[in-house]
Design a protein around this ligand. Structure first.
Ligand code: SF4
Length: 63
């Protein structure tokens, strides 16, 4: 699966990059996804980051 950050919605709180640094990184003032495909090893952390995002800026897409 792929993770997507809506850059218009993201507030740059850094929660996702702290929760799941294997997938998310800061790109200036907003978060971005640093991997083309979320590895299975990061799936749980990605789910946690998605749930933690206060503005629901993270979504997932099928491969
Ligand atoms: S948790 Fe949500 S609002 Fe915070 S940096 Fe990540 S995508 Fe942006």
């Amino acid at each position: 699966m792929k993770a997507v950050v809506d850059r218009e919605t993201c507030t740059g709180c850094t929660l996702c990059t702290e929760t799941c640094p294997d997938v998310f990184e800061m790109d200036g003032d907003v978060a971005s996804v640093k991997v083309a495909v979320v590895p299975d090893s990061a799936a749980d952390a990605r789910r946690e980051a998605m749930a933690a995002c206060p503005v629901e800026a993270i979504s997932i897409e099928a491969d």
